[in-house]
Write a protein that binds this ligand. Sequence first.
Ligand code: C2O
Ligand code: CU
Length: 461
Amino acid sequence: MVVSVLVLVLGCVAPEASVEPSSARDSAPQPATPDSGRAPPPAVPLPLDAVDLDPADDVVHVELVADEATFTIGDLQVQGYAYNGQVPGPTIRARRGDTIVVELVNQLDVDTTIHWHGLHVPWAMDGVTWMSAPVAPGERFTYTFELDQAGTYWYHPHFDTQHQVDAGLYGAFVVLDPDDPPVDRDLVFVFDSWLEADDPHAHHGIDGADLEWTANGAAGGALALAAGEVVRARLLNASNTGYLDLRWDDIRHVGSDQGLRSALGTPDRLLLAPGDRADVEWLVGAEFSVLNHPYSLAGGVALGGPELVLSIASDGGPAPDGAAWPFDGAPPSPDPGHADIVYVLQGDPLEDAWFINGEQFPEVTIAEVDLDEDIVIEVRNLSASEHPFHLHGHAFEVLSRDEVPVTEREVEDNINVPIQGSLRLAVRADNPGDWMTHCHVLPHADGGMMTVLRVGEPSEP
Ligand code: C2O
Ligand code: CU
């Protein structure tokens, strides 16, 4: 069992943020309830260092060294992998319009790559090994591309993905929009799940109750903020298989996978499937807790009680309204009621064999569309598991769920498809190349639930 040693980890902390020291407990696991009277967490080094942005320089350079690493989750020692010795890897920050230059240094003894999840990169920079070679041990590769989007993205290997991401290779990639309203604090929380077992890499069961969640590498972290601050927090679910079903009071959901939403969302829960991001915002008032409810990808609610994943303390005061965000109020595009491409998801959980249209990657039929064609993709889930559907190199707009048109514009690159559910998604195929499209439950992708969408003329990357 993972013992709930409490550590505090936070992203991008400004000097006035307070971190209360305390002694770590090494007793039996404590029930994770918001009122369990936990001791304040000890201070630990901040893992999510931001790249300093030079206002005069629109080229951002980052070096990411992939290497083996030993780190701790609770009292568990994990023999894993890390970028620059930290899990999560460094948060990359840049502005829309900047050019990013990332030097990957592979110090692992296996091949690896980096994929830029959600970003519209040129195909040759996408980090997939469909037609290009991975980066061999001891080698380097320079990824470079221009950022024409703003929002919360992430990066991870796309080679032996299930294993390498699970081992700790992932990080957040924040693209700031110069037009976004200013906030006092722009935080990143990267969530991952670990099995409460001696082998943290053992396959997760479909029951969500056996997972221990960490935010920025820490279980049950706490963060103290000054009342009156406007905080934007970027949440990323980097888990291979675990769904986050987060609840807290007065959530203001301001951004999804592809930047700001068209309208403010005030949901009573936030479901983040593997690969999903959500930006939330609040004006710091009274303290509050973020709870995660066990969630099974075999159909939702699972056994077990909620787990405290984060608590936010403040120096008091009522919670006033948050900052005004410049939502554009754009209505959703109409659902034409039919699709150009249909992906049917099926699988055999016992065999870990997963199919799109009856095929298993890499033995797949390539769907082809013209460059700059507007297409509709329909995804139908006929399996006994939920699947987060992800498309590389493009964003998509959700048109309908189960044939019912959505009422609010939603632009994503990763979206959960419930059991027996169907989604219609609009895609402008404006990025030429052979793009992977797959389930982001990584054992499902590695088990075959991945195919290729070819945009434009086929060519070598
Ligand atoms: Cu986040 Cu093909 O992956
Ligand atoms: Cu899946």
